[in-house]
Write a protein that binds this ligand. Sequence first.
Ligand code: DGJ
Length: 730
Amino acid sequence: MIVLDQKNRIFTLHTQNTTYQMKADQYNVLLHTYYGSRIDGFDLSALIQYGDRSFTPNPSEAGSNRNYSLDVMPQEYSTCGVGDFRLPSIELELANGSHTADMRYEGFRLEKGKYAMEGLPGFYSNEDETETLVITLKDAAAQVDMELYYSVFEDYDLITRTVRVVNQGTEEIRLCRCASLCLDFLRTDMDFITFNACHLMERCMDRGALRSGIQSVGSVRGISSHQHNPFVILCDRGADEDTGICYGAMLLYSGNFEAAVECSQYENSRLVMGIHPYHFCWTLEAGQAFTAPEAAMICSPDGFGQMSRQYHKAIRRHLLRDPYTGRRKPVLVNNWEATYFDFTADRLADIAREAAALGIELFVMDDGWFGSRNNDNCSLGDWQVNLDKLPGGLEALVSRIKNMGMKFGIWMEPEMVNEDSDLYRAHPDWALQVPGRAPSRGRGQLVLDFSRKDVRDHIYDQMKKVLSCVEISYLKWDMNRSLTDVWSVTLPARRQGEVYHRYVLGIYDLLERLHRDYPHILIEGCCGGGGRFDGGMLYYTPQIWCSDDTDAVDRLRIQYGTSFCYPVCTMGAHVSAVPNEQNGRVTPLKTRGITAMSGAFGYEMDLGKCTAEEKMEIRRQVESYKIYYDLLHDGDYYRLSSPFQDGIYTAWEHVSANRREALVSVVYDRNGAAPLFGTLRLKGLDPAFQYQINRTDSFYSGEILMKAGYPLPQMKGDYSAVQIYLRASE
Ligand code: DGJ
């Protein structure tokens, strides 16, 4: 609900549990007055304290009033060069060389439904599900208008926002910074939580207290990156899964980003999040506009668990465009770890046949099917079937797969080119490269200039030939390097700062075309695993390969970190062979199954090499996944312990909306000789219900399970796992 107090120019956005407020003051400065637990009916600007503080300038309108300074007041969208020395949200370069920006309140409008953003991903809704507030600001001297958009998804405590900047002058201006979100707090006693690490170990949670100065995470790799994720949290120092206020900030963007927090001199802090200012400079000619990517905030007064569950629901219902919405996704088998580049049609058919017999429904042919790609040094860009490997082409292979009753999926890496490819030989200038410099390779490949429509059109034509020649149900869109040598032949020198962003817009354009032309194809995003696991990609690819690390124990950490924002249905997760290909660890098959089941589930191994006993276990896993699918994918997700802190085991739980069913998964760490005699306290159940355990005659009340816990079974061997299914008796 959006409440307007027009007389006092106060704008209050209420969600179910939270309130967000701003106010235009006597000098038309838009103040941010509050964000937190819901408070009704107040002007919260009374919380702002004014006083004379040295070295904090006073705007000219304040006259001799030295108590008024932009440098200490909470701003809704911070400016630069005019007296607020903290993190700016916008920076303009005007024709006269000035770098100031001073945006003042002009007006507002209310709209039904969600604002629209052309060419950019965002949460969507029906007209009657959301309301939008648009605040208009103006920098009169710069002749720049700005619109701040806020859409309120009440039930999810979600507020989405974006910013549109318009050059109303007659001269060209340059936008050097344009954040999507600015959030000021009158406090610094908070922790900053980020999700970091590297390829093969993405989104590990890192938590630290705010300290003086600026702390930030970001990416200048052209992708949102394995190293840092465009989702961060600010929270009470003591916040945990169930208590404490926490603020989630998610940027729906797949390229360079920055999330920075500054603690400033008078116990206030500011979070600014948006496109990274590194090599970003967007020219706006007279009349032109720029729209920043969407940011999505959820505040939870009750800890991380509630925040995550709200994100999960909002993402599932209002961000994903999944052809399987309302239906179960097929269980897949992917040949990558089973064969790498070394396969023939017969070998693939063997894997598919084994898989079909175990209840697996979709066969995915990974890298190596095109050009002369027998290793990763050639052929990217040549999306024609390698007839030596696949005689009879895709048609013959797909017909064999279909005859086994399976669907077929295929791998592509559309953004890339190898120098050893027909495409590169014909169009060497299509790769990103700086004149006079030999471009850096990554995995032996170069990056196509996706900021160019002609390049995208050519790739799309090739893709269409592949996707239209046979029945394809699934596409894995991979991307296997960071961007370097970012320079485009199509843009003049002064506009080269647009290439990174235009590249991302180019990907979105192609993905949108795919979505339009092949709405039935399930697209799984991938970037060497989880290098582009962000809300922007999720709008186009409703699941993303979570990591190239398929080891079940490492995956506990990766999936745990990922779950703070993203729902399990978005996390591609496969059971693979042991010793694990990435780290050599041996874990029980059951553990691998239980871990992967909390994701978009599949297998990535040569099933023909499994023993009869292993095949029986796989059959059981596939059946369980199908049975528990709704619970796993639509249920509420509870983290019961942390793989980073709680050593002995990692546990999590899925609970159905009506609380009548729950599935608890526990993966034990290395085992000691002394058994564990502990109980595990569950969450989210109905205290009054009696729950039957694993369909046996053992029953516990919800109250006991939540207050006293469930006695954990004692297990033998390292990394064992159990799944406990609870069903409320009638
Ligand atoms: C990286 C992906 O993450 C893998 O799953 C696989 O598809 C390879 N690329 C293929 O080159």
